[in-house]
Design a protein around this ligand. Structure first.
Ligand code: BTN
Length: 335
């Protein structure tokens, strides 16, 4: 069993063990005595934790005298179950789970400085300060989306790190397709869209020397089971549930995505940037022949996408102007 480091707010390892025990025996009544014995705490502690789980929205039935059971398996990203599902993989060997944190990217950044190993995953049921690109925030409603960050220590130059954003997009697209049949569109460099609305986004941050990356954190947000969004997002955001009408088991989707990301990551390290650039171009129609508006922060212009450069940058032929390379900025399709 991996010990969870004592990071403020992380789900207590024994609380997670209680959740796993109840989940694996759902609909069966388990006595407080057995729970206490199996997770190594007192019966009073079991009762306190059951109360805590209830406060967190887990429907634990029963009482102290008779025992406890779950009426239905909660869709909680139980770290033990995730680890089991990812046995043999490097990504997810170490999982830090939060019921609530400010931002999994913020936590992962701290872990990066604290010499945590590559493949460590920070995940949260909800975020109070989820971060998006360009200083935007990421809506992180409890228990409905996937909000997680993977810590990587690749031997790459800082200029190559943005390829990891594209790579994560490719992996996320494959995982969503495998589990739901829906095929999100990838919008360079970091968006997943369904029917033109935002389904997911990736925020990569790093700590680097001038020529060498020390660590990179890849934060992924995916809208999975949301039924609706706040008014200001309702015209631009969507979820798997809203598009398919079905609920998705988030743990399964997360496990698929992590396994896919690990295998794509290893291929990238072996084969080089060409793997990411070619794959990205083959799974998106956005990079070629689309009318776009580019906003670089200092200027805005219109043009048509002309593919990716060998480094993974977007090429745009400007209206009445030259072919330019977009290094950073917001690219929006105009119809
Ligand atoms: C974007 O499209 O602007 C990127 C959104 C990235 C959101 C995810 S949610 C998990 C991780 N933690 C954060 O604070 N942000 C990323």
């Amino acid at each position: 069993m991996h010990q969870t480091p004592s990071l403020p707010g992380t789900t207590d390892r024994r609380l997670a063990a209680l959740l796993t025990l109840l989940t694996e025996n759902s609909t069966i009544v388990i006595s407080g005595t057995r729970i206490a014995r199996e997770i190594g705490v007192s019966r009073t502690m079991v009762w306190r934790w059951v109360e805590q789980l209830r406060k967190l929205g887990v429907q634990v039935k029963g009482q102290h005298s008779s025992g406890y059971f779950l009426e239905k398996v909660p869709d909680i990203l139980t770290p033990d179950l995730l680890r089991k599902r990812l046995k043999g993989n490097q990504f997810g060997k170490r999982v830090l789970h939060f019921f609530k944190t400010d931002s999994t990217n913020r936590v992962a950044m701290e872990l990066g400085y604290a010499a945590e190993p590559e493949g460590t995953v920070v995940l949260a049921e909800s975020q109070t300060d989820g971060r998006g690109r360009s200083g935007r925030s990421w809506h992180s409603e409890r228990g409905t989306g996937l909000y997680f960050t993977v810590l990587l220590r690749p031997r790459l130059s800082p200029a190559q790190a943005p390829l990891l954003t594209m790579l994560a997009g490719i992996s996320a697209q494959a995982a969503v397709q495998a589990q739901t049949g829906l095929v999100p569109e990838l919008k360079w460099p970091n968006d997943l869209l369904l029917n033109g609305k935002k389904l997911g986004g990736i925020l990569t941050e790093m700590h680097a020397e001038p020529n060498l990356v020390r660590f990179v954190i890849v934060g992924i947000g995916l809208n999975v089971n949301q039924e609706k969004f706040p008014a200001e997002l309702s015209s631009i955001a969507t979820s798997i549930r809203m598009e398919s009408g079905r609920l998705t088991y988030r743990l399964e989707l997360l496990a698929r995505l992590l396994a896919q990301f690990e295998s794509d990551y290893n291929r990238f390290l072996q084969e080089g940037p060409g793997f990411v650039v070619d794959r990205f171009q083959s799974v998106t129609s956005f990079a070629q022949g689309r009318r776009v508006r580019v906003d670089t922060g200092t200027e805005t212009y219109l043009g048509t996408t002309e593919g990716l450069s060998p480094e993974g940058l977007l090429l745009v032929s400007r209206d009445n102007g030259p072919l330019v390379t977009v290094i950073a900025g917001d690219v929006t399709e105009v119809r």
